[in-house]
Design a protein around this ligand. Sequence first.
Ligand SMILES: *Cc1c(COP(=O)(O)O)cnc(C)c1O
Length: 411
Amino acid sequence: MPCSRDDAEALDRSDPLAATRHRFALPPSQIYLDGNSLGPLSRASADAVDRTVREDWGEQLIGSWNSAGWVDLPRHVGRRIAPLIGAGAEDVIATDSTSINLFKLLDAALAIRPDRPVILTETGNFPTDLYITDAVASNHGAARVRRVAAAELPDAIDDSVAVLVLSHVNYRTGARHDMAKVNARARAAGALVLWDLAHSAGAVALDLEATATDLAIGCGYKFLNGGPGAPAFLYVSPALQRLLRNPIAGWFGHAAPFEFGDHYQPAAGIDRWQVGTPSILGLASLHAALEVWDSVDLQMVEAKSAQLFDIVMTWLDGPLASHGFELLTPRQPARRGSQISLRHPQAWPICQALIADGVIGDFRTPDVLRFGLTPLYHRHVDIHDACERLTTIMETGRWRDPAFRTLNRVT
Ligand SMILES: *Cc1c(COP(=O)(O)O)cnc(C)c1O
């Protein structure tokens, strides 16, 4: 039996996270299941960006670097992200994009493992992670990339490996690695691990310190809701901070940028990972979007995410069972992030038909439907209604409408 609307409403009435939904400006006609790709607008972000533009930029102009604290924003945002990932407050900075942060940290990590030729990563990793890993290897003479399937990773970690580059939660399937286990195995082999937390931060409970994580990067605009192209973040363990050097020696990573010296001297702590002038509008938005986490605990978020997932499963095992969907996401909560991915040969037109019905998920080539589960603003009834609409689309065959076949540039 699929979860009924009454049952979903009852779960909403006892939901400890029910109140956080009102902090977001959600379009009333949509059920938004794409917060894993672009988080929605929070009211706090809208206000902060407006204030930053009109007052700080519009009235105070350049004085705002000091008076509005712009120059400290990358660190302030880092301090707000730190508790979400179990990091020390001074060990995280918000800067650049996830891609650029990956480049910087991987290049730096390889440089301190000069005798080891291998960067180990996973097949099916996010494209930017694969491309940048290849590019960094080609810049380091003897280095080469080894890509293996997740199941083969433990055996592939040996003393030839300099660095592992892994996405903690896989963007396509939602499968989650056991971070503590991988870190321990890598440490025993003398390898470093660089985790991409793009689909983990704000989605699952993380503890970078307790898991003895070396390096991590993550995204500001997915589960952290910073807005399109909001800055990413970067973590370096305290033990590595003095050893690693930023390969992009920009002036904002300098120990004293406003002395305008002719020679680069890296800042002492996490500040050395900045490159150029920070993107203040994106940071202001992200900083405000992170306020919601003051009152929210990630264990609660994970528990509600599991409930939302279970609602979808009642439909997949019930009315949707005969419609050809294959579950790609692990059923065990600890083995997944906060999404549900389904494989279907007609994934693209089904996704378009859903969007036409106000259910916004996304499609990942060639045949994957992906739905982000975001407990901060999803009600249980939203998930119920989305499943009901999907069932109608499948039962009526509405996805066959030729209008749902055209491809967009961004999917
Ligand atoms: C979304 C995502 C990125 C995005 O990188 P950008 O530089 O922000 O475009 C990187 N890695 C993973 C695993 C992602 O899911």
